[in-house]
Ligand binder design. Structure first.
Ligand code: HEC
Length: 110
């Protein structure tokens, strides 16, 4: 019995006193520099693109729109409302006609 207790005592003190081998140094965090592609592109067209530039660039680049195939007006209207309803784009209804008219002029189809 005494032997048994001594064994436990040894084992216990070994656990408490020395640093266990499985404790590793924490990883060091290093700063790095990453060149991200520029995100300042606008829809082309100057003032005719004002409404779409003001409302449609908060979440994605113009390429997300300009890379779509030509679409009929009704589809563009539905697309703008999808952004408002599904993705909660904060777009004033009053701006929708100007946005749709730009889309029809730029990427429209009869
Ligand atoms: C609140 C954020 C937000 C705003 C503002 C926004 N969009 Fe989007 N848009 C999204 C998200 C999210 C997607 C889906 C991205 C994906 O699938 O990777 C998307 C995708 C699209 C697509 C690709 C087709 C599709 O339906 O997925 C088009 C076209 C598009 N948006 C047009 C517009 C237009 C036009 C406007 C301005 C009227 C606009 N977006 C404003 C969030 C937004």
């Amino acid at each position: 019995m005494l032997k048994y207790l001594a064994a436990i005592g040894c084992f216990g003190s070994a656990l408490l006193s020395s640093t266990p081998a499985w404790v590793q140094d924490l990883p060091t965090i290093k700063s790095t520099t990453v060149e991200l592609p520029a995100g300042d592109a606008l829809f082309p067209g100057g003032s005719s693109a004002a409404a779409i530039n003001n409302n449609c660039l908060a979440c994605h680049s113009p390429d997300m729109v300009l890379n779509q195939p030509p679409l009929p007006k009704a589809t563009w209207e539905a697309e703008v409302h999808k952004m408002i309803n599904a993705y909660k784009a904060p777009i004033d209804e009053a701006d929708v006609p100007a946005i749709v008219s730009y889309l029809v002029k730029t990427k429209g189809k009869d």
